[in-house]
Design a protein around this ligand. Structure first.
Ligand code: HEM
Ligand SMILES: *[C@@H]1O[C@H](CO)[C@@H](O)[C@H](O)[C@H]1NC(C)=O
Ligand SMILES: *[C@@H]1O[C@H](CO)[C@@H](O)[C@H](O)[C@H]1NC(C)=O
Ligand SMILES: *[C@@H]1O[C@H](CO)[C@@H](O)[C@H](O)[C@H]1NC(C)=O
Length: 259
């Protein structure tokens, strides 16, 4: 334990220095996914190979305060890799979600960390429903609905939240590791350190809200190609049909990075 602490302190110092040197930027803009026609507030992080996280929240005043639709794009390198988010910004005391490619599937895992070391499986009730996914030679992409994802209960004593209905700005964290969890098939597999970047950025809640939210879920609304929950789409190697950059960018902002 003493050894592990000093190890992770060393890792911490090292990665802190790296992240300062790397000066990763996070930039947000409006984005509509060409395949699903779902609109997101999409943040791109300048990691090696790329990281993108798009978020769509139900419209203001919706009763659905504890969910969102997410789109996560992560790089796949020589050893695979994982990409993840923190639903509150920091690694600790916040719902963590990781995703990684396993063949042409995308596997996800909810985790929880009380310190800066290997996170535990999440003990609460967060539900991820895949809307679509893609895997090609260099990237994976996952579009999903996340329910029970803003109010967390790791155990009876450990609760936390970030409620989009009560804040103007959401703090979110990103993290990316160059090595897939092991075994790659195991949602509770061992995670390697985020050696391809980590940090915190913010998203204005108003930018993330989407009037068409219900339609994106296949409900009553006028969205073309509404995907139905649980359907998955994997297209290996040739990948996406034109998910090129942001469309209809309604002004870029440069969220603050707090590493
Ligand atoms: C073996 C697993 C992991 C270890 C040893 C680890 C270790 C650390 C350390 C030492 C820091 C602090 C670095 C600094 O401030 O200089 C950190 C930050 C961070 N980690 Fe992790 N981490 C792990 C897994 C994860 C996972 C799975 C996620 C998310 C899915 C994550 C998200 C973050 C974020 C967002 C930060 C920056 C914000 C903060 O400092 O709290 N980490 N991690
Ligand atoms: C967990 O959350 C899902 C989705 O919100 C819900 O359908 C289910 O009833 C919940 N289960 C428990 C045990 O709370
Ligand atoms: C998956 O996506 C590809 C290309 O975007 C499309 O041709 C195919 O019909 C989709 N499959 C499913 C099951 O949605
Ligand atoms: C691979 O997938 C990513 C994410 O969907 C996409 O941005 C990229 O253009 C794809 N690459 C190719 C060669 O299709």
């Amino acid at each position: 334990m003493g050894l592990f602490n000093s190890l992770s302190q060393a890792v911490c110092l090292l990665s802190f220095a790296t992240s300062l040197a790397g000066a990763q930027k996070a930039e947000g803009s409006a984005f509509t996914d060409a395949t699903s026609q779902i609109s997101f507030w999409n943040t791109k992080v300048a990691s090696t190979g790329g990281y993108e996280f798009g978020i769509a929240l139900p419209p203001d005043g919706s009763a659905k305060n504890d969910e969102y639709i997410g789109r996560l794009v992560g790089v796949i390198g020589a050893k695979g890799g994982w990409s993840g988010i923190s639903h509150k910004g920091p690694m600790t005391n916040s719902l963590l979600l990781l995703a990684w490619a396993d063949g042409d599937k995308v596997t996800t895992s909810f985790r929880w960390a009380t310190e800066y070391s290997l996170p535990d499986p999440y003990g609460g009730n967060a539900t991820l429903t895949e809307i679509s996914h893609k895997v090609n030679a260099t990237h994976f992409e996952l579009v999903y609905q996340c329910q029970g994802c803003w109010n967390w209960e790791q155990d009876a004593e450990t609760t936390a939240s970030q409620d989009p209905a009560t804040v103007d700005s959401l703090a979110l964290g990103y993290a990316q590791g160059k090595q897939s969890p092991a075994p790659v098939t195991d949602v509770n597999g061992r995670i390697s350190f985020h050696d391809n970047g980590f940090g915190i950025y913010t998203v204005d809640v108003a930018n993330a809200r989407q009037e068409g939210y219900e339609g994106f879920l296949g409900g009553s609304s006028s969205s073309p190609n509404s995907p139905s929950s649980g359907s998955s789409n994997s297209s290996s190697s040739s990948g996406s049909s034109g998910s090129s950059g942001s469309s209809g960018s309604s002004g870029s902002s440069q969220p603050q990075l707090v590493c």
